[in-house]
Design a protein around this ligand. Sequence first.
Ligand code: AHR
Length: 521
Amino acid sequence: MTTPTAPEAARAAGQATVTAHPGFVVAPVQRRVFGSFVEHLGRCVYEGIYEPGHPTADERGFRGDVLELVKELGVSVVRYPGGNFVSGFRWEDSVGAPERRPTRLDSAWKSTETNQFGLHEFMAWLGEVGAEPVMAVNLGTRGLQEALDLVEYCNHPGGSELSERRIRNGATAPFDIRLWCLGNEMDGPWQLGHLSSADYGKLAARTGQALKRFDQTLSLVACGSSGRGMPTFGAWEAEVLGRSLEVVDYISAHAYYDPHAVDRQSFLCSSVDMDQYIHAVVATADHVAAAKKSSRQTMVSFDEWNVWRQSDFGGEDHLEWSDRPPHLIEEEYTVDDAVVVASLIMTLLNHSDRVGLACQAQLVNVIAPIQTQAGGPAWRQSIFAPFALMSRYSRGTVLDLRVSGPSLTTTTYGDAAALIASATHDAKSGAVVLSLVNRSESEAIDTRLDLTAFGPLEVVEHLAMGGGDPTLTNTADHPDRVTARRVRDTDPDGLTGLVSGSPSLSVDAASWHLIRLTAHD
Ligand code: AHR
């Protein structure tokens, strides 16, 4: 038998150390990673953000209760109008007098689209939220010309047929939309107008070139794979970027993590997959650039991510046509789901040098942090708190941490670190915000935070989720059962007061901790 060395002994005992230094930085916090997604799918729009006649709705039909929750959630950008929906969408249907807008069949979700909520309504609603649009164009059933028309309609000040139509429709000032997605999941066989990588690469390059001819300061997102498990993953990104590298700014990534498809320990380690996914896409993009002798650094747009029990959904082919907003993929999120969502946001932050945009999918009712009843209440799901708190407090720079600690074994991802961490530092205010997730389903971890380099710090707040019953959810009857708790109220070991050097805390199994500190003068 060999005697364990000191770090091995520490690992065996479930101890970890997280070292932070203000001089070691990944990148500035990319505010656009706190994005969300509104698709014309199920009850995200209708009975979600828009419900004329609801007791809290304004004269435009925007639900006031939902609007307040969206503001509290702190979304920085909102992707719209799909998703699979966009690949059959005619944007012209959604503008002009509402009573003259056509009702269409949406083949993506087998739903009836009345177009009562359209482009102008979205932009007005987004103005109330205070977020930025990420507009997707239809490259499924349509192409370059319609994309160019939409950009002209939205962004040209006036004096052309389309810009004057926008003005007649009530928007004198251009919408000035900066971020554009060139289609959605074009690698997916389920996508209307699904293309091969070569065909999509050509289309993305031609459309991108035309949009940049219109305005070279636009930021364009090419479709990457719709998942890391797609058979064409990697080759798709290489082919698409091989053809469009010089005109696109981002390549997209999509990932949904399904607790019903894997065991609990693997699910808690979902962020291993997201981390490897980002590394793989960045490596592919950089390989394409190297082969082309280009210095271009394509950023990743993780514009669909979340927890979704997709294996329970059964797929689009099983849907029945519906003439009312259908209850589609409405998840009831658990404490475990919230811990995983926290770990996914931390992973996005830790890649701030290459992930410049991300959208949690979706915002309301459909795999969403906000849930509503038609004519009734709106409430926060368990996954609301990690998003809202990290969006509110992640400012300044993302720190490049050093984390050592125990590892665990998963059936899906092999060996993984049990404890992960992320941190931001706002040099202006002196705020340091640390996030820790213990991905172990069974073992608490004694964690030492080496913060020596910051000098004395004051604990502003120590919050946590998890560590108790992982299955609890919020419902209309129990809307506040699951939220972040102040650790000091439930556990005498919560961090409080003045800390200097290396304070310690215990991080429960399957839990997320958020520790807010500020410089002590
Ligand atoms: O977010 C739900 C759906 O998932 C989107 O419409 C599609 O892009 C993805 O497959």
